[in-house]
Design a protein around this ligand. Structure first.
Ligand code: ANZ
Ligand code: ZN
Length: 839
């Protein structure tokens, strides 16, 4: 027919792929293996445009690699634990599990409507006990290997809701529901020793050549390696008696003569001991604890301190006695929780010194030793020469650092050290909807692992969310069990694992999912690492770092021989859309507007900026009705065509209509001729070349994930075919066109393939082969110079004789203008390269 009926074609081919299990990956296939993975979705309710874009990109690559003879693993599942399910439980009175399952069903149907080449036989949700039970087994392996420990650590406590809050639930220091001022509480919590792998995770980044540079940089900064000096100051207390030492960490030992104070964190033992005898110090420490704890918060809040009365002796000149403060900008868990302050060369110290009228000694000069230049209003942190620093004077910063470290080590009062900003991974969550931590607490035996044959520790179904807090903790029976070791009454751990644990190994479980263990080593290693991983840049740090760590930890305990889980990474841009605002500044959805007027108020509406689609800005577009209206292929085509995949893509009605029109045009084109049947007419070498070049170009573009380039090439070929007269070459070009669009618009391709009597499915057909001879350029660009200056370029057939090249160059309008009608004095021709005209 002349019209492509997307709705019937979509349904037909989706059913065929399903029934034939076309995209189920075969572990024992002799073909080369390729693992293409998009970050699995959180089952929040419905598929959004961001998912559509993400999964379309991965799908094109997966289908392309299949056509190129590879055995492709392209799986899908659900990152199903997490807070939104518990929030729904609280708001709507539904069970988090039921809510999650319903969402999965809806979203799976929506994904199927897009015709993705997914291996649904490997689908799982992380909330399946079959999955999280294996995660518990891995946790216990890590525990046995010394990679897990428990210690006290602070949580955000909502005193009204009586519950622990995640950082995202604390808004301006208050609980998101109760509005109560959030307190810090110390709880015993579980940690994974990611810091054991800090150096490894850092150095491994260098091998990730197929990762975006910016993501590697973000990881590098997060790991935050620094080299410095740890050393000790001798202390004297307020009464003037010598008493102990305080250890500090610095990355700028060169600035030691610029020190004007020492500062310790509020949780530092010295602060604690001062507070024991001084209520004012105690009050200050409590004030610090109420403040933020993140590095960013510490950076921005006002720098405050409490003078302990202690003095610290300068290591190179004990006559210099520095005051010792408790300060709110010193973190307990970085370095050693204490610093020396150099106001002239550290902005935090500068602000602190200004407030407390401490000396500002400048020791690094931007100018030379003899004519130093100083900054008055801020700290100077740039390069320079040491001044006012005794034996360091005249050195550059690096030499001075080395010198101070050398002297500290020789004197036995300090050591050169490497410090990482990376903290151990706190994995305890005081929530229901997560993987139960498989530990039993016994009064006699301590924390006892749940025996492996008792896994999975399943979540109880009968829980209530009517009151805040952790339902596992107040469940009447679930946590009361016998100690596996001594048999006495004991209680289960009621914390569940951070959901980042679930997403740290799902890609391995996709590759191999036996019942009796997390995965089979040999099978998993056949597929891994993931060849191409695709997802949002919002996961650039945590998810990717945790997954890299978890994989190394699995390697450490001998479960897999692999360090890096993702060989290639691509982070796609967002889908954006216009926004609308009412006359009084409320966001409006298009449905609330008619002819530029807000329907409910009759007031004019302003068109706002193009922004990332989000519910709060009311500018989301639900993919489902769009797919129903235009068909899956048009939506896929639009997602690929409009902008480079790493950039944002603006959704527009015009765009999707354009895509739909092209689908129809493509259909007319391939349906107009029964594939390769019409062989009248002669040859069309030009079209043949265009076709071969397009195949090569599209292949390169898809492998390079430059889908918009692939689309542009396909447009060009389609145009050329439309213009060409009937010939065998034209028929061949049409057959080629159909194959190369198949990964992008698979329903149309299958429909046309079947209509032309093609054998089997086009999904299984080989990608067209390219004749390299047809790729060779037979035209060259020749530079035209006048008196040695480039004035023009001309396109000439390769091997054009000198006299013709000369004539063509002289025919250039630009050259003619410069010659002003006079004949040239001399013309030099370098064949296929250059024509130089001497005027
Ligand atoms: C003296 C000094 C002089 C410093 C100077 C900086 C500039 P990075 O490079 O980010 O690792 N510091 C050390 N431990 C700290 C803690 N627990 N809380 C807050 N600040 C701490 O930062 C290292 C620098 O941060 C260290 O070097 C120390 O201040 C501070 F001109 O020591 B510096
Ligand atoms: Zn016991």
């Amino acid at each position: 027919s002349q019209r492509f009926n997307a709705l019937s074609a979509d349904a037909r081919w989706q059913r065929v792929w399903d029934e034939r299990r076309t995209f189920a990956a075969n572990d024992s296939s002799p073909k080369p293996k390729s693992y293409v993975l998009e970050m699995f979705p959180y089952p929040s309710g419905r598929i959004h445009m961001g998912h559509v874009r993400n999964y379309t990109m991965g799908d094109v690559l997966a289908r392309f690699r299949r056509m190129n003879g590879m055995e492709v693993l392209h799986p899908m599942g659900w990152d199903a634990f997490g807070m939104p399910a518990e929030n729904a439980a609280m708001e709507k009175g539904v069970h988090p599990g039921g809510w999650t399952r319903d969402n999965i069903a809806t979203m799976k149907a929506q994904l199927k409507r897009l015709g993705f080449a997914l291996d649904w036989t490997r689908e799982f949700a992380t909330c399946d006990p079959e999955y999280y039970g294996h995660e518990q087994a891995i946790f216990l392996r890590f525990l046995a290997a010394g990679l897990v420990y428990r210690r006290e650590s602070a949580v955000n406590w909502d005193p009204v809701d009586m519950t622990v809050l995640a950082n995202e639930q604390v808004i301006d220091g208050r609980g998101w529901r109760s509005g109560a001022l959030v307190e810090k509480r110390k709880l015993n919590q579980w940690f994974l020793k990611i810091t054991d792998f800090a150096e490894d995770l850092l150095s491994g980044l260098a091998d990730l050549k197929d990762w975006p540079e910016k993501v590697r940089l973000m990881q590098e900064n997060w790991i935050g390696k620094s080299q410095g000096l740890t050393f000790r100051f001798a202390l004297t207390d307020a009464a003037g008696t010598g008493e102990g030492v305080v250890e500090v960490y610095t990355t700028r030992p060169d600035t030691i003569f610029g020190a004007s104070f020492v500062a310790v964190a509020a949780d530092h033992p010295l602060a604690q001991s001062v507070a024991a005898g001084d209520p004012a110090a105690q009050a200050f420490i409590e004030e610090c604890r109420r403040g933020g704890t993140t590095a960013a918060e510490l950076e921005t809040q006002e720098k405050k301190g409490f003078d302990t009365g202690y003095k610290a002796a300068h290591p190179f000149d004990p006559t210099i006695q520095l005051p010792v403060y408790i300060a709110n900008f010193v973190l307990m868990d970085y370095g050693v929780g204490a610093v020396f302050g150099v106001p002239a060369h550290d902005q935090r110290d500068f602000e602190f010194a200004t407030k407390y009228k401490l000396p500002i000694r400048r020791v690094v000069s931007e100018g030379t030793k003899d004519s130093p230049e100083f900054h008055e209003a801020e700290a100077y942190t740039g390069p320079g020469t040491l001044v006012n620093s005794h034996f360091l004077d005249g050195m550059d910063i690096e030499d001075a650092k080395r010198e101070v470290i050398l002297r500290a080590e020789a004197g036995g009062w300090g050591e050169g050290t490497t410090v990482y900003r990376l903290r151990d991974w706190g994995i305890s969550r005081q929530r229901y909807w997560g993987t139960p931590i498989p530990i039993i607490h016994c009064a006699d035996c301590g924390a006892v692992p749940v025996p492996l044959d008792q896994l999975p520790v399943k979540l109880p179904e009968d829980v209530s969310f009517a009151v805040p807090g952790n339902p596992l903790d107040r469940h009447p029976t679930w946590k009361h069990v016998a100690c596996p070791s001594c048999g006495k009454d004991a209680v289960r751990e009621t914390d569940t694992l951070d959901t980042f644990a679930d997403s740290s190994w799902y890609f391995i479980r996709f590759a191999s999912q036996p019942d009796d263990k997390p995965f089979d080593k040999a099978v998993a290693e056949q597929w891994l690492p993931v060849g191409q991983y695709i997802g949002g840049v919002e996961h650039a740090i945590l998810h990717l770092l945790y997954a890299r760590f978890w994989t190394r930890a699995l390697q450490h305990v001998g479960m897999i021989d692999l360090a890096e889980p993702f060989a290639g990474l691509f982070t796609q841009g967002m889908v954006t859309h216009e926004t609308y605002k009412s006359s009084d500044g409320r966001w409006l959805s298009p449905g609330e507007i008619e002819d530029g007027i807000e329907v409910s108020t009759g007031q004019p509406v302003t068109v706002g900026r193009v922004e990332k689609m989000s519910k709060s800005k009311k500018n989301t577009v639900d993919p489902e009705p769009i797919v129903d209206q235009y068909g899956a292929d048009a939506v896929r085509w639009f997602m690929l065509s409009d902008s480079p995949p790493e950039r944002d893509l603006e959704w527009s009605e015009n765009g999707i209509e354009g895509a739909w029109r092209f689908i129809q045009r493509l259909w007319r084109l391939v349906a107009s001729e029964g594939g390769g049947s019409a062989a009248d007419g002669g040859e069309d070498i030009g079209l043949r070349k265009t076709a071969h070049r397009t195949v090569k170009g599209v292949a390169d573009a898809i492998e390079g994930l430059q889908f918009n380039k692939a689309v542009a090439l396909i447009y060009t070929l389609a145009n050329a075919i439309e213009k060409a007269a009937p010939s065998q070459d034209r028929s061949d070009a049409l057959a080629t066109l159909l194959r190369i669009v198949a990964p992008m618009v698979p329903h149309l391709a299958e429909e046309a393939w079947a209509a032309q009597g093609g054998e089997g499915l086009i999904a299984d057909v080989a990608w067209p082969t390219v004749d390299p001879a047809l790729l060779v350029d037979d035209e060259v660009t020749v530079a035209v110079q006048v008196n040695g200056k480039l004035r023009d370029t001309i396109l000439l057939p390769k091997g054009t004789p000198r006299e013709i090249a000369e004539a063509q160059a002289l025919a250039s309008e630009k050259v003619a203008r410069l010659l002003e009608g006079k004949p040239p004095r001399k013309v030099i021709v370098v064949p296929d390269r250059l024509v130089n005209i001497v005027a």
